[in-house]
Design a protein around this ligand. Structure first.
Ligand SMILES: [Mg+2]
Length: 370
């Protein structure tokens, strides 16, 4: 069961903005409203992917992470625009401010998604459903955007719930309905089950929560390793993971996929300098200095390598980062190589005590990599 004896039952809300990037674009540019809009890489480029599609575009089968070229095929009259991360980040901060009226236990998962623990909400509203309703309303009134909310006693169920009635949904899955709900859930929807694992499960005749529940813990572990133990709990509605307001930042980086392959050292140096500048800005924002510089190279055949160098002192200077990355690049086999992506990451931070930043900022880094 979801509740363990002697413990207060938690009230968890998962809020997920509806088609976030696309909705912000449609809000800010009336000419995009009611139209199939794709935010992400442009279809002319080679590496472009869809970050977010408006609901009008989704009707044609356009989905996040799909190559933009494919999106264009599915929806030839779609409008394609590049993301404006600064704008999304600003909206995200305003959403965060709305959350903080109700609780300080906010765990952002990305710019547009967060878990809230409202077991003891600041306004003594008491009902998590009412809190979720008020948050949705505030987002609508103040930001002219819609969000979907899932309300339950743990993160796993709350997250699935928020996805059930999109857009503008509010779904409550209470303790008494969790078990039945999970039994009917397709294995793909389970937290931590990716596509590979889901396929493996289906091959073994496991299609729903009920199928998984029929297996013993030993059986689960022997089939799926360590994760099997986690699935065993999850399928019983047990998920004690706390809502974590702060997560440690372990690395800060940036990368870029190029519209065409780079073949000369000069081109690569120039790109590394740009990337180093971005990394430098982010490190400054985090007040971090890294002792390890890691260069990532993806070649045109998608083969990927990383090369690192560590120093005794931390640094965040753009020239230092660029120079180190260039040296690491020089040490690779540059002859005849054609490169589609370069990335630089700094880690092993010093001083180690300054490194509490929210996970949203970490994901922000990832967001910008499309
Ligand atoms: Mg979303």
């Amino acid at each position: 069961m979801a509740q363990e004896h002697g413990k207060q039952q938690r009230k968890i809300i998962h809020i997920d903005m509806d088609a976030f990037y696309a909705s912000v674009e449609q809000r800010d540019f009336p000419e995009y409203r009611g139209k199939p809009l794709v935010v992400g890489g442009l279809p002319e480029g080679r590496g472009g992917v869809v970050a977010t599609a408006s609901y009008e575009a989704r009707k044609f089968g356009v989905r996040s992470a799909m190559p933009s070229k494919q999106a264009l095929k599915l929806c030839p009259h779609a409008l394609f625009v590049r993301p404006r991360f600064a704008a999304y980040k600003e909206v995200s901060q305003k959403i965060r401010e709305i959350f903080s009226r109700y609780t300080d236990l906010i765990e952002p998962l990305s710019l547009d998604e967060a878990y809230l623990d409202v077991t003891a909400d600041k306004l003594n509203i008491g009902s998590a459903i009412e809190v979720a309703h008020q948050i949705k309303q505030a987002i609508k009134d103040e930001l002219q955007l819609t969000a979907s909310a899932g309300v339950s006693v743990n993160k796993f169920v709350a997250k699935i719930a928020s996805d059930l009635k999109k857009p503008d949904g509010l779904t409550f899955i209470g303790p008494s309905s969790i078990e039945k709900f999970i039994e009917n859930l397709p294995v793909d929807k389970f937290y931590g089950v990716g596509k590979v694992t889901a396929d493996k499960m289906k091959k073994q005749g496991l299609f729903t929560g009920a199928d998984l529940k029929a297996l013993s813990k030993e059986d689960m572990v022997s089939r799926f390793g360590k994760a099997g133990g986690f699935y065993f709990d999850i399928v019983r509605g047990v998920d004690d993971r706390p809502v974590q307001p702060h997560r440690e930042t372990k690395s800060v980086g940036a990368e870029d996929t190029f519209p065409y392959d780079l073949t000369t050292a000069e081109e690569m140096y120039a790109e590394l300098e740009k990337i180093a500048k971005t990394v430098n800005e982010r490190l400054l924002r985090y007040q971090l200095k890294g002792r390890t510089v890691t260069l990532k190279i993806k070649y045109s055949d998608f083969k990927q390598i990383t090369r690192s160098q560590s120093f005794t002192e931390g640094d965040n200077d753009a020239n230092f980062i660029a120079d180190t990355a260039k040296r690491l690049l020089d040490a690779t086999d540059l002859e005849n190589s054609s490169v589609r992506l370069l990335g630089i990451t700094l880690s092993n931070f010093y001083p180690p005590e300054i490194r509490t930043k929210t996970s949203s900022e970490q994901l922000d880094l990832f967001d910008q990599q499309i």
